[in-house]
Design a protein around this ligand. Sequence first.
Ligand code: 5GP
Length: 204
Amino acid sequence: MHEKGLLIVLSGPSGVGKGTVRKAIFTQEDTSFEYSISATTRSPREGEVHGVDYFFESRETFEKLIEQDKLLEFAEYVGNYYGTPVDYVRETLDAGKDVFLEIEVQGARQVREKFPEGLFIFLAPPSLSELKNRIVTRGTETEDLINNRMLTAREEIEMMDLYDFVVENDQVDLACERIKSIVVAEHCRRERVQHRYKKMLEVD
Ligand code: 5GP
């Protein structure tokens, strides 16, 4: 019997570039995980294809999916529903393949409750680490603007609590590399592999 795959969840504040990083990861040939295509009630943007970028559904259909418990998580974001079809996730994990979700933070919280053993990666904006510099150059910005930035930064830093790893999106290719390295490391985690070795001893 093969082992179950790893559930990888990439999330983070809105506007941080989750979609860009996810697309970059999945254009790389050596990516070995499967992307879970979400359902949404928002309209397709130019070039987006049903069943590739999203499953574009009516509100009615989406609400049926909720009622029938067909979604691992869902959230309302800027007036539209977004959700992760649960069957695909379970079947792919059961087949021993890693599944990658790129979702907003409310959804990630729900997944953490249902799949605490998942790998939760927070994509952080570089502005968080630049914040200190900005405060130093305070003279150039109004106090209101600084206060606003501080408030957003505080909220974003508090969001991190739920996650196992934080990756700064300073450069898309670097962020992708870090995410892939984290996945490799997670596969080597003692708790995940030790049972194999114990089994080896049982055989003898
Ligand atoms: P967009 O409309 O720009 O494609 O996505 C808007 C937001 O919805 C992004 O932050 C994206 O990560 C998030 N999102 C996409 N799919 C899902 C999903 O299945 N569940 C949740 N909770 N968020 C999603």
